[in-house]
Design a protein around this ligand. Sequence first.
Ligand SMILES: Cc1ncc(COP(=O)(O)OP(=O)(O)O)c(N)n1
Ligand code: 3NM
Ligand code: MG
Length: 498
Amino acid sequence: MTSKRPLVLIAATVDSGGGAGITADILSIHDHGAWGLPLVNAVSSQSLKRVAGIENISAAMFSNMLDVALSDWEEISAVKVGLMPDRKTLDIFLTALETKLKGVKVVWDPVLTATAGRLESADLKSNLSRILKVTTIFTPNLPEALELAGWDKARLKQDGVFELGRFFVKMGAKNVIIKGGHLGDSVATADDVFVSERLSFMMRLPKAAGDGAHGGGCALSSALAALLAKDYAPEDAAVLAKAYVYHGILDPDLQSDGGRPPVGHHGLICSLKYFPEIFEEGFPQKAEPFPLCPTQLGLYPVVDSVEWVETLLAMGVRTIQLRIKDKNDPQLAEKIKRSVFLSKTYKARLFIDDHYDLAIAAGAYGVHLGMEDLRTADLEKIRKSGLRLGVSTHGLYEMLKGLQLNPSYIALGHIFPTKSKVMPSKPQGVEKLAHEAALLENVVPTVAIGGIKLHNLADVLSTKVGSVALITGITQSDDPLLTTQKWLNLCKNGGDEI
Ligand SMILES: Cc1ncc(COP(=O)(O)OP(=O)(O)O)c(N)n1
Ligand SMILES: Cc1nc(C(=O)O)sc1CCOP(=O)(O)O
Ligand SMILES: [Mg+2]
C-alpha cells in the first residue's frame, strides 16, 4: 500500500463522544497532511459531562492490530501514544518501539490526569525511563510532569519549570513540552514550556474564555506527531500544533451547554493570529519596527566581493548583499564603503551581512543578521541609524522569533540542499516555504534562499514569497552574465521603488 500522506501510528483510547482520544487524533493528523492508523488500546463511554466507563481491548487483539500495521503498510513515519490504560498492551507497544519501530519519531502524551476524570495510563511511572528513551516529544501537563518527576510544588518553585523539563531530557526524552507550565503566575495566559538539549523557550497565548476544550491534549500531541511525520523540526511542530489547538479552542466544532466543547478541527493554521508569542532566554523579545523595504525585492544575489557587486549592479540587479565571512579581512571597511558607493550610483538596495557597525558607518541600505547575531547585535543602534534589517529564519519557530523584532524582511531558508553553507537544519522544501510565505503575506516582505537554481525557480515563484536570494546559481555558473540575465528575466522585478 502506498500513501500520499505519511503514516502515523496511534496507540490510544476511543472516546465514544468523539471529542478526545483516537477520533481527535485522526482529525488532527489528517488536518496536518498525514494519515492515522489507530491501534485501539481501550474504549471509553464519554459525553462532554462525564466518563461513564472504560474497557481495555485484549492484548491479543492489540498485538494483531500492531502486527498488521507493521507488516501490511509502508513505512510508519511517526507514532502518537495517548491514553494506554492496559499494562500488557503498554508493554507490547513499548517493546515494539524499542525494536521494530526503533528510530521512528514518537510523541508520547502521558495521560495521568485527564480533565474529564477517571482516565489514567497504566504504569507510566515504573516505565518512565523506557518511555523517555523512545520519545521524540514528551507532552505532560504540569500536574503530570510533577507527578512523573516526583517533584512537589516547593521544588518546582525553587528550580523552575525549565528545570522540570530538563529532568525528562536528562532521562532520555529528546524534547519536552510541559503544558500549562506557567507556574500559576499568569492567569490570563496559556503558557507551554518547550525544553530540549538545544533549546528552552515558552510559548504564550491568551487564555480563551471558559474552561477550555475537551480533547486539547490529544489534538496537540497528534498534530505534533503528524508534523514530525511531515519532517517538521520539533520546535516548528510545537508552535504550529499550539496554534492549531488555540484555533480549535476559540472555535469549537460543537455547541455545548455547560460542558467543555470538543476542540474544533479546522485544518492547517493559515493566519498568524493563532501563533504564540515566544520567550527564549537571551533572544531579544521585541523591537520597534525597522524601516520597510519593498514587498518585491526581485532577484537578490548574495556575493562576497566588490567586483561581483559592481558586475551585477551594472546588469540591472536592484537588490544585492555583500557577504564577507572573514571578519579580519583588512580591507573589510573599504570593501563595504565601495559597495555602498556603487549601490547608490546604481540606485540599488545593498544589504551588508553580519558587519552592522561598518554598514552603519558606510550608510548602507540595510544589514542582514542571523539568529545568533540577533542575540548580541545592538538592534536599537541599527534602527536609529535608519538601516533596514533582514533576518534569517529556518522554520516556523525562528520565523516567529524574527517577526517579533519587526524586521524589514524575513529570509526563509534553506529551501533546497545547499553547498554554500553548512546548515544545522534540514532543507524546508517548497510546501513549507509556501505555508510560511502565505502566513507572512501583507505582514512583512519575504525572501527565499538556499539551493535555488534555474531548474527549481518556478516552484519557488509559485509560492507567495516576494524575492529570491542565491549565491551559486549565479556565481558558479559557466556564463554568469548570461545566467544573470536569465534570472533577471524570470524573477519578479525589484521595481524602481527603493
Ligand atoms: C537573504 C539572506 N538570507 C539568509 C542569509 C544567511 O544569513 P546568516 O544567518 O547571517 O548566515 P551567514 O550568511 O552570515 O552565513 C543571508 N546571508 N542572506
Ligand atoms: C548564505 C545562506 N544562508 C542560507 C539560509 O538558509 O539562511 S542558505 C545560504 C546559501 C545560499 O547559497 P546557494 O544559493 O548557493 O544555495
Ligand atoms: Mg550573517
